[in-house]
Design a protein around this ligand. Structure first.
Ligand code: FAD
Ligand code: 2HG
Ligand code: ZN
Length: 506
């Protein structure tokens, strides 16, 4: 292992699954994104010593990183697909500091890559060339929590799990949950409009985020940090920042509405024999469980088997072609358990569920969720993973996995299909021993063409980032893309914010 890479590994938290995977996964530095994907540098100014001197003069120690070994982890994405060449990492501690950075960079035409927890899966969180990384990790204060309305106001660099722990102690939960919760930032979640495991129940961030404070490319602070449920005073500007992946501004504070902590939580994990049965079970779960249904996730045999084998995580039931995880959040344990048990008995009798377990014990539920959440990292241990995150209408949801298996045959190790059935969102992970251009060209644009034919979206929840701008036209009409360009020009006329991301070159 190269010295720089071993330093990268010592920097990550090895106590959670994200850390473990980073620790085990790779033994070589990923290729530079610019070379791998043949990207030409745009005409931004190159970083000069005087720029570094300026930032050192306004910031304290620890806020300006320039050593090669220090900047490396900020240049590599979580799946080790992308590697940038930034020589400067800035870690602001306040909105005013973010504003100073952007005003300077805009004036000097220096490109910037905003970064949260760097768990993004489409290469948006790392630079492509020498963009200055503005990492929000030091902006991690919780400002206020209104326990009555559930409105939480915090800085963008707060880690999602830290926020969830904080609000749980006060009888609330975060409306969003995902496998990367131990590392991702709320600002990153907002900037990607992250979906996650309970979107089915609590809705997406366009609904839950009440307000946002953000800094525009020229350093102007935009204050839309309201905590009102209703506020129809003109354009809803917060939505511009939700899901814009750091291309329209840097999110510095978030106001978010937290639902009540459910008094009763139960979890079922079931084995099924066909995908058709998964769909029928989903229909039945919606009608039998109604308002208490909080998650309906599915994974195929290959996804669960690889996770069990690669990460040594136990599967609580035997080997089945498909698995479904059903969670309920309610307010009456007896009522909810009764409903779930009735649902299980009915569907075991009907033959939809072949085997299953249901539990309300926190430790057992945690283990089942751990198995589901770990699928995302399991494939990294096969060598290299091509990841796709698409929306497909439910009747054709799984077809793409079957067609890829047929197309790729034994050229690849595994094709896993899993995801958020309730949201029509499937994740397809294709694993290979190492990155291969041949496989890449078999996968792209094929997958996106298939998705477009089925009226799906080429990005369900992970965003467009660096990896998908050239395919965005499969899901966005030319007129909509034109309006996106106009908005970008208005908010960032010099194009310094996260270049090479989201919008394709004309
Ligand atoms: P980063 O990865 O650092 O950045 C992501 C993008 O947002 C980049 O374009 C970056 O420039 C921009 N950005 C970050 N912070 C800011 C800011 N403050 N202001 C402006 N722009 C900013 N995603 C889902 O949607 N659902 C899931 O279920 C899910 N599960 C995951 C599980 C695992 C194990 C992993 C590794 C990832 C998963 N993801 C999931 C993807 C990822 O975690 C989310 O996209 C997350 O919201 C990214 O947050 P982050 O803080 O890590 O942002
Ligand atoms: C999940 O649902 C995440 O586990 C990650 O969105 C999906 O890594 C992936 O492909
Ligand atoms: Zn997901």
């Amino acid at each position: 292992m190269s010295k720089s890479l071993s330093m990268l590994f010592t920097l990550v938290n090895k106590s959670n699954i994200l850390g473990q995977i980073r620790y085990y996964a790779s033994s070589a530095l990923p290729q530079l994104s610019s070379e791998k994907y043949g990207i030409k540098r745009k005409h931004f100014s190159p970083l000069q010593q005087e720029d570094i001197n300026y930032f050192k003069s306004i910031f304290k120690e620890g806020q300006v990183l320039t050593e090669e070994s220090e900047v490396l982890p900020f240049n590599i994405d979580w799946i080790k697909n992308c590697r940038g060449q930034s020589k400067l990492i800035l870690k602001p501690k306040s909105t005013e500091e973010v504003s100073k950075i952007l005003a300077y960079c805009n004036e000097k035409r220096l490109a910037v890559c905003p970064q949260g927890g760097n768990t993004g899966l489409v290469g948006g969180s790392v630079p492509v060339f020498d963009e200055i990384v503005v990492n929000l990790a030091l902006m991690n204060k919780i400002n206020t929590l209104d326990e009555l309305s559930g409105a939480l106001v915090c800085e963008a660099g707060c880690i999602l799990e830290t926020l969830d722990d904080y609000v749980r102690e006060r009888g609330l939960i975060m409306p969003i949950d995902l496998g990367a919760k131990g590392s991702c930032h709320i600002g990153g979640n907002v900037s990607t409009n992250a979906g996650g495991l309970r979107l089915l129940r609590y809705g997406n961030l366009h609904g839950c985020v009440m307000g946002v404070e953000a800094v525009k490319a020229d350093g102007t602070i935009i204050d839309c940090l309201r905590t009102l449920k209703k506020d129809n005073t003109g354009y809803h500007l917060k939505h511009l920042f939700i899901g814009s992946e750091g291309t329209l501004g840097v999110v510095t504070k978030v106001a978010i509405s937290c639902p009540s902590l459910p008094k009763a939580v139960s979890l079922g994990f079931f084995g099924l024999k066909s995908f058709e049965n998964v769909l029928q079970l989903y229909k039945s779960a919606k009608s039998s469980l109604g308002e208490i249904l909080s998650a309906f996730e599915m994974a195929d045999n290959c996804a669960i088997k690889s996770t069990v084998e690669n990460l040594k995580i136990p599967n609580p039931i035997s080997d089945y072609p498909f698995y479904v995880l059903v969670e309920t959040h309610g307010s009456d344990e007896n009522h909810d358990n009764e409903k779930l048990t009735r649902f299980l008995s009915k569907e075991m009798e009907s033959g939809l569920i072949i085997d299953g377990t249901i539990t309300s014990e926190p430790a057992k539920m945690k283990n089942i969720w751990h198995l589901r959440e770990s699928i995302a990292g399991a494939g990294l241990l096969d060598g290299y993973v091509f990841k796709y995150d698409v929306s497909i209408p439910l009747t054709n949801y799984y077809d793409i996995v079957l067609s890829l298996r047929k197309k790729l045959g034994d050229k690849v190790r595994n094709v896993y299909g899993y995801g958020h059935i309730g949201d029509g969102n499937i994740h397809i992970n294709v694993t290979v021993p190492q990155y291969s251009k041949e496989i890449y060209s078999l996968l792209e644009p094929y997958i996106f063409e298939q998705v477009a034919k089925l009226n799906g979206s080429i990005s369900a929840e992970h965003g467009v980032g660096f990896r998908k701008p050239q395919f965005i036209h499969y899901s966005k009409d030319a007129s909509a893309l034109q309006l996106m360009r106009e908005l970008k020009r208005t908010m960032d006329p010099n194009g310094i914010l996260n270049p090479y991301k989201v919008l394709p070159d004309v």
